[in-house]
Design a protein around this ligand. Structure first.
Ligand SMILES: [Zn+2]
Length: 165
């Protein structure tokens, strides 16, 4: 899958190569521990889970809800963590509604590499805003996605939206 325009991608690849994002090998364990959340794109935190922008979004505003616990399946999460993750789904949908007014959402998990999980050893929940017609010919035929907004802009908008709730 190629991206037509992704100006932040170089910085991410550079930071990852420098070990800034994942010194211990797990981006999702490292991201909430960083002092400057804008560098890891964490947009909201709760006590057991947090919300982070996907660095390779399917659409603008593609969020992930991640427990602090480093576990590979939801079977290993306790009731409090699961409850907080679903509460963060609600907060994410409100923030995205207020910011982008999408037509719909895909909300779900890919458990295991066989199911398409990019980071299979730390479970996470995707919240993907959708618009009628967003799955256009380019992604279907050309193996190419057009991401219409720069990541830093998305980050600033969503931090403000979560804070405004
Ligand atoms: Zn982890």
């Amino acid at each position: 899958m190629d991206f037509v325009w992704s100006p932040w991608r170089y910085h991410y690849i550079r930071a990852n190569a420098d070990g800034v994002l994942s010194p211990g090998g797990c981006v999702f364990c490292h991201a909430p521990a960083v002092d400057d959340p804008s560098s890891t794109l964490v947009v909201a935190r709760e006590s057991l889970a947090y919300v982070i922008l996907n660095l390779y979004p399917y659409t603008s505003g593609h969020l992930m809800i991640v427990p602090y616990a480093h576990v590979s399946t939801i079977l290993e999460l306790d009731a409090e963590t699961l409850s907080e993750m679903m509460m963060l789904v609600q907060r994410s949908q409100r923030a995205l509604d207020a910011t982008y007014a999408p037509d719909g959402y895909n909300i779900g998990m890919n458990i295991g590499k066989a199911a398409g999980a990019g980071i299979a050893n730390h479970v996470h929940l995707h919240v993907v805003p959708r618009w009628a017609g967003d799955a256009n010919f380019m992604s279907v035929i050309g193996e190419t996605r057009v991401v219409p907004e720069e990541m830093a802009v998305t980050y600033e908008k969503l931090v403000a939206a979560f804070a405004a709730e």
